[in-house]
Design a protein around this ligand. Structure first.
Ligand SMILES: Cc1cc2nc3c(=O)[nH]c(=O)nc-3n(C[C@H](O)[C@H](O)[C@H](O)COP(=O)(O)OP(=O)(O)OC[C@H]3O[C@@H](n4cnc5c(N)ncnc54)[C@H](O)[C@@H]3O)c2cc1C
Length: 244
């Protein structure tokens, strides 16, 4: 008798072995099945084990699902976890040659862990698995959303931040991004970088821009930013301090 999962599927290890000696299982009857690709990969693994080749087992494979209906078709690699950043979705409905190609990147803890592509070309689809296998790092979702699908597929590490030295942090340097965070904190009606931000909010604002300051460093920064002790900071003053 083979052990079953809570969903009553047969439990198998990474080599498609059930709990019963010399009994193997693959595909939808197992807890690891559910899609054509996993069924095919498991068949391959079981065949290798049965012919005493062992191989890499199932755990080394990147989860992959696809679907095709009429002229629609998507592929998904990895895991659907974390934040979702879409590229190309906002162009749907606009006049363009191929309005139905769009992608969704799943970013968990600063790493792309899943990629979905609707109506990708063969060339684009062939690059998807690499994106997940190489675990590219992305800290800034808005920058990711501004890239084209091909830019990310051609170079998944395009947005990987440089390695940091001791005490350094990845400070946002894109002025458009800085201004968009700044406007969330502006209080005196003149939004868009023309207003001021209360000095006690600066710690939170700078943290959103990537600062990894401790309390004493926030106090030092606020003292420098509010040198005239007005209790507020002007955008121009902040941007020249932040970017220098
Ligand atoms: C409607 C639908 C849409 C799907 N769309 C997608 C999709 O877009 N993408 C995707 O990746 N997956 C999709 N799937 C899932 C995919 O079809 C399965 O994950 C895959 O077929 C599983 O393969 P399998 O070999 O484990 O089982 P199956 O393909 O079901 O093969 C099992 C075979 O065993 C035979 N059989 C059963 N009992 C016996 C018996 N007692 N004696 C002899 N033969 C028997 C059956 O007739 C069948 O031929 C879809 C499934 C369904 C139902």
């Amino acid at each position: 008798m083979c052990s079953r999962s809570r969903s009553l599927r047969l439990q198998v290890d990474g080599y498609c072995r059930t709990s019963a000696e010399d009994v193997f299982a693959i595909g939808d009857v197992t807890q690891a099945g559910g899609h054509v690709d996993s069924a095919r990969k498991m068949a391959d693994i079981a065949a290798k084990v049965l012919t005493e080749e062992e191989g890499d087992g199932f755990d080394g494979n990147i989860p992959y699902v696809y679907s095709r209906i009429l002229d629609l078709g998507w592929k998904f690699y990895g895991r659907a976890a974390g934040e979702v950043v879409t590229i190309g979705l906002e162009e749907l409905g606009e006049e363009k040659a191929d309005p139905s190609t769009f992608a969704a990147f799943y970013v968990e803890d600063g790493v792309i862990v899943g990629v979905f592509l609707e109506k990708g070309s063969d060339e684009q689809n062939a690059k998807l698995e690499r994106v997940i296998r190489e675990k590219p790092r992305v800290l800034n979702f808005k920058k990711l959303a501004k890239k084209s699908i091909d830019e990310i597929l051609d170079d998944p590490h395009l947005l990987t931040p440089p390695v940091l030295g001791m005490g350094e942090f990845h400070a946002e340097d894109d002025e458009e991004m800085i201004q968009s965070v700044w406007s969330k904190f502006e209080e005196d009606g003149e939004k868009g970088g023309r207003g001021t931000v209360r000095v006690e909010l600066m710690g939170e604002l700078m943290a959103l821009l990537g600062a990894d300051f401790d309390d004493a460093e926030v106090v030092d920064a606020c003292t420098a930013l509010d040198d005239r002790k007005l209790g507020v900071v002007r955008y121009n003053h902040f941007i020249s301090w932040w970017t220098n």
